[in-house]
Design a binder for this molecule. Structure first.
Ligand code: GLN
Length: 190
């Protein structure tokens, strides 16, 4: 199995290291031709407006959507979650718009309001062990459609959601050494 990490902007290296730790090969994706031969794509956190603009500039938006239609899975974290969402409240920024969720950007507040959490309400392996999660100017998922499955929740908000071969987290597992979310994504692709 080979996983691409979209490497236009954001915390690319941490995802590559996470994949290495799970003994999965990775490819840095900066151009459409890098999407050939990968089973899944990770869209890292960063600035969703910047990543969205760069994706459009390099033709990666259309290429990613077309590879996804052929079966490529996608895991978007934080800014990646925003880029997957069909609806971004109050924004017309460029996006992939392929997941039936509605998100509000920066809805926990500013940079200074970023926080780490131990998420107890999750359906990943080791149910008794809370998920470690870093929320950095994170979005909040306000609405999901019936086809989406909530895999983890913080308070009343879903923070990890799956729809078929799409996975989205509003938090960063890769910054706090939490491997179970990446493992779950790899499991979705098998
Ligand atoms: N606030 C960023 C955005 O709206 C996302 C932050 C992140 O990816 N950690 O794009």
């Amino acid at each position: 199995m080979k996983i691409g990490v979209l490497a236009l902007q954001g915390d690319v290296r941490e995802h590559v290291q996470m994949l290495q730790a799970l003994q999965v090969g990775s490819v840095l994706v900066t151009l459409p031709e890098h999407l050939g031969g990968i089973d899944g794509l990770i869209i890292p956190g960063g600035e969703s407006t910047t990543i969205g603009l760069l994706m459009a500039r390099y033709g990666l938006d259309k290429a990613v959507i077309s590879r996804h239609k052929q079966g490529m899975g996608i895991f978007g974290t934080c800014a990646g979650a925003i880029l997957l969402a069909k609806d971004i409240l109050g924004s017309s920024q460029p996006r992939l718009g392929i997941m039936d969720i509605s998100v509000a950007r920066n809805d926990y507040g500013r940079q200074a309001d970023s926080f780490e959490a131990a998420i107890k309400d999750h359906r990943l392996e080791l149910p008794g062990k809370p998920l470690k999660a870093a929320f950095i100017r994170a979005p909040v998922i306000k609405k999901i459609s019936d086809g989406c499955k909530v895999v983890a929740k913080l308070g009343n908000s879903p923070v990890l959601v799956r729809q078929h071969r799409l996975l989205t987290s509003t938090f960063h597992p890769e910054l706090v050494g939490e491997t179970r979310v990446h493992k779950y994504f790899l499991g979705m692709l098998r």
